[in-house]
Design a protein around this ligand. Sequence first.
Ligand SMILES: C[S@@+](CC[C@H](N)C(=O)[O-])C[C@H]1O[C@@H](n2cnc3c(N)ncnc32)[C@H](O)[C@@H]1O
Length: 415
Amino acid sequence: MAVLAAVRQQYEVLPYPPRDPERELEELRQPAIVELPRILEAVWGGRRQIDAAFSVLDAGCGTGDNTIFLAEQLRGTGASVTALDFSSTSLGIARRRAELRGLDHVRFVQASLEDASALGLGPFDFIVTTGVLHHLDSPDAGLRALRSVLKPDGGMGVMVYARYGREPVYEMQALLRHLAPRSLEPAERLRILRSTIASLPRTHRALGALLSTPLFRDEITSDAGAYDLLLHTQDRAYTVPEIYDWLEGADLRLQEFSVPRWYDPSTYLRDGRTNELPEAQRHAVAELLHGAMAKHEFYAVASDAAPVSPLASADPEAVPVWSAWGFGEKLAPALQRPGDQLRFSFGDERDVALGGDPLTRALLAGIDGRRPVAAILDAAADVKGRPSAAAVQRRWAEMAAALRDVGALAFQRLA
Ligand SMILES: C[S@@+](CC[C@H](N)C(=O)[O-])C[C@H]1O[C@@H](n2cnc3c(N)ncnc32)[C@H](O)[C@@H]1O
């Protein structure tokens, strides 16, 4: 319980992530894990329709990034969003953001997520919890508490820290536990953190690794981020096998990582050596091959939920939907000239590039979130050179697989 109090105090003093609610209307943040098409595909295979009974919980909502994006996507559907956090300062910021956007289908609850069931919250169709459970006294109990307010066919979107990529973080935390002990006030701990960073030799391995990783470098720039990263009182990280065990202990099973491509060993090793391994082992090997994962983001469902498979990309009635909002508008200018490509960057030669040839460009241009596969393929068959139906289908299958793999495209049946 002592740890819980310290964690709560931290988020009262330094709400996370740092957001100025008065600038809310300048930008809609779109965390990938709460993109509705991706959720609907991962949990219900793209066959679930949204109605007024649909309810979601953002557990440990902080200043509200997930809540706001979910509520925007569910606007006008009658569905509801519950945003829960034990920090009143964080909830105050999240509430003001929702108010400025006119999102009145969000209810805010100040409580510990461990008490979700006792408070009579839920059950929910979807529960998102990002950057929260690894700060709990007992992440196992926290996960079980959330599982207890999940509908039997519901799903969860979870982000927790990954062990290997955070090793430099833990080395710096170890140093700062000596220099800026928990007994000091947050402002004093931050002052020591800043002066320590400024004094370290340039050859310092852990600091060098932190500063060369954009995710960490960005965190260090704000007080809330630096404190969260390097001065947290309660913080643990998971390897892929630990994720599997953790989920099993709460009667959940992994459905899909939010970017499947990162967890596929063939992204890194092209010789097929890992093809025959069981899926859980392939995921574990991919984490070790990647070598720098700092977080795991995934969807999970109840262990006894019926298995669902996503709609086939060849299903003529399936509607492909870009998962990032606004992608459709960005797409047209990106593909105007012959040879123009759509790039999904992984930071090296594993980047996915699509769209150089006329057929691929026509197929990509056909994806508008409303048109079904049959219509997209028909229209694309008219491009110069009139490709055969088999060639169009082949190209479509390759493209759809690549786009799904990077979490950019999801397939749905529209009502
Ligand atoms: C690192 S922030 C993450 C915020 C948000 N989920 C995000 O991804 O941007 C962690 C949040 O979890 C909240 N939190 C931590 N433990 C909690 C608990 N047991 N019950 C409710 N909220 C908790 C904190 O107050 C804080 O706002």
